[in-house]
Design a protein around this ligand. Structure first.
Ligand code: BES
Ligand code: ZN
Length: 593
């Protein structure tokens, strides 16, 4: 076997971690985590070296087996994307390797928020974001989704703060130490930690919300249907295998909508719209409990296996919770966003293939909507070709067969061929898997999403643009998704006075729904509607979600007067962002730090 994952230095095909015991101390004064990681290893090929990934970790000592017999090690030179290889000399019979280390105060996985940057403004907060290859900046590990291990953790920090992790909390023996366990094997990118002023409110026996007390009730009511989602997901594709499904609502600098950390999904507070309109993100992260966390992409080139399946599953859950038209609306909106991403990348760009080629690049470069929305379209097209019943049976057996394993696109395609297509030449042609996976753009034969609810939006937008005094009751029942599509349907040639009138009628600039406000601000920038500048500044100062921040800076940088404005905001806002967001914007605004 040759090594498939080019984003790890580890020799994971020869020596493999089966379990990690973590002993961590989180120090808010020095902004470091110090501790020890004990790797339990399986030396498959009797190798004499065990190589791990690290990123700016200071290693103080390494010892073998229970008595931690000191052993020599070597750190290679640093690669800016991948970090440094840590080579540890082991023996044939080495069972455990204990690594004492300290993180850098700039570790890219970690965001240290001072109290002002939190909701309560009274306590600091730390959270981690390990996906795709940032786990190595806080834990020395085989940082590849191809390796899965169980783990335990003992964490200490400031007495006033609560500690949560992506595992199951254990009974406290010593009140000062928080203990966690993960008894399912997981890849490193699913290791996560948060320390802050967090309280818990249960929704059901296995679901609940962690948040700062200031937003806990609001979050609890927004996510009150979470147990219902889990039950529906189980009905579709099998038992939920992670015991708890809790949500952690982070401060607004959290760089993603959601992150599927096992047992504890991390979410952005921008989901708290007050009307449960953005809870499909929760359905999405829940779906990862099967696609991603159970069956995992073997490398970041296979990222679509995680995200494409998850978007498909997310929409199936939303169809159960809401209805078919709602799922269709989400699919249509996703398709519109996909078209934008494809035109940004170029229709013949290799990055529009489902199977990516990210060698010698940052895996983050491949994390576009291709994996999500082209992945979804491919799977939806298979559903349409074979019928739902057959497709659902296939997915259920797929999750069973590859549970707790990591697989490549090729393994998936072989399984699809053996279990579903079974040599049916008509079906091979209709499914057209090779083209979907290895060719650029969207196949000409693709059946594309349609939405009757969107048709109604478009019709109203047409009438409204022709006559802005038009009133219609149809907007009364619109969800935020319809409003977003409405804004996306507006022409880029509207006069400032028409835009002003529209803003006064619909209150877009004052919207409390982050998706509506975001779509509106992009529209405003493109149309030089400068009255919203203070709103843009306020939004970018307070929200760190990359999906919003990056396109807004991009639109500003591309607009006639916006570049300077963008830079002036960014100089102030940058310190509020997590590394994954600032790294993208740095590149965009060509900022050197
Ligand atoms: N796992 C991703 C977030 C991610 C992707 C982190 C790549 C790091 C690298 C998560 O499940 C996700 O896709 N979040 C989306 C949710 C949306 C598609 C419903 C987001 O954050 O917007
Ligand atoms: Zn996802």
């Amino acid at each position: 076997m040759t090594k498939q994952d080019t984003h790890t230095f580890s020799n994971y095909l020869k020596v493999v971690t089966t379990h990690i015991d973590l002993f961590l101390h989180v120090d808010f004064n020095t902004k470091t985590i110090t501790g020890k990681a004990i790797h339990h290893i399986n030396n498959l090929s009797q190798d004499s070296v065990f190589t791990l990934d690290t990123y700016d970790l200071a290693i103080s000592k390494i010892g073998l087996n229970e008595n931690e017999e000191p052993i020599s090690f070597k750190l290679d030179n640093k690669n800016n994307t991948l970090g440094q290889a840590l080579h540890i000399n082991i023996k044939k019979d080495t069972k455990t390797v204990s690594i004492y280390y300290e993180t850098s105060s700039n570790a890219p996985a970690l965001q240290w928020l001072n109290s002002i940057q939190t909701n309560g403004k009274s306590h600091p907060l730390l959270f981690t974001q390990s996906q795709a290859i940032l786990a190595r900046s806080w834990i020395p590990c085989q940082d590849t989704p191809s390796v899965k291990f169980t783990w335990s953790a003992n964490v200490t920090t400031d007495k006033q703060l609560a500690v949560v992790m992506s595992g199951i909390k254990q009974e406290a023996k010593n009140k000062e130490v928080s203990r966690f366990e993960m008894t399912n094997p997981v890849p490193s990118y699913l290791l996560a930690l948060c320390c802050g002023n967090l309280k818990y409110k249960a929704v059901s026996k296995r679901c609940g919300i962690y948040a700062e007390p200031e937003v806990l009730d609001k979050a609890h009511s927004e996510f009150i249907h979470v147990e219902d989602m889990v039950t529906n997901a189980e009905k579709l594709y099998g038992k939920y295998l992670w015991e708890q499904f809790d949500l952690l609502v982070l401060p607004s600098s959290f760089p993603f909508g959601g992150m599927e950390n096992p047992c504890l999904t991390f979410v952005t507070p921008t989901l708290l719209a007050g009307d449960r309109s953005l809870t499909n993100v929760v359905a999405h992260e829940l779906a990862h409990s099967w696609s991603g966390n159970l069956v995992t992409n073997a490398t970041w080139n296979d990222f679509w296996l995680n995200e494409g399946f998850t978007v498909y599953f997310e929409r199936r859950i939303m169809e159960e919770i809401e209805d078919k038209s709602y799922a269709e609306l989400l699919a249509y909106l996703g398709y519109r966003e996909l078209l934008k991403d494809i035109s940004k990348l170029g229709n013949t760009s290799k990055d529009t293939c489902l199977k990516l080629q990210l060698e010698n690049r940052d895996p983050d470069d491949g994390m576009t909507l291709i994996a999500y929305e082209k992945g979804f379209l491919f799977l939806k097209n298979i559903e349409l070709a074979v019928g739902r019943k057959r497709w659902d049976t296939f997915i259920r057996t797929y999750f069973n067969k590859f549970a707790f394993k990591s697989i490549s696109t090729e393994v998936f395609l072989a399984y699809l061929s053996d279990e579903l297509i079974k040599g049916d030449s008509e079906l091979i042609k209709r499914i057209n898997a090779e083209q979907w996976v290895y060719q650029t753009g969207i196949p000409a034969t693709a059946i594309l999403p349609k939405s009757t609810r969107f048709d109604a939006v478009k019709e109203f937008a047409g009438t409204y643009i022709a006559d802005q005094t038009t009133k219609s009751a149809i907007t009364n029942n619109w969800t935020s998704h319809e409003w977003v599509l409405f804004i996306m349907s507006l022409p880029n040639t509207m006069s400032i006075s028409s835009i002003e009138m529209m803003d006064a009628q619909f209150g877009f600039s004052k919207s409390h729904n982050a998706e509506i406000l975001f779509a509106w601000l992009v529209f405003a920038i493109t149309n030089n509607y400068e009255r919203v500048n203070p709103v843009i500044r306020e939004f970018l100062m307070s929200v760190g979600r990359r999906k919003f921040v990056e396109p807004l800076f991009r639109a500003l940088a591309a607009s006639s007067k916006g570049k300077e404005f963008a830079i002036s905001i960014y100089n102030e806002a940058r310190s509020n962002y997590h590394f994954v967001t600032s790294n993208s914007v740095d590149e965009l605004l060509k900022k050197e730090h």
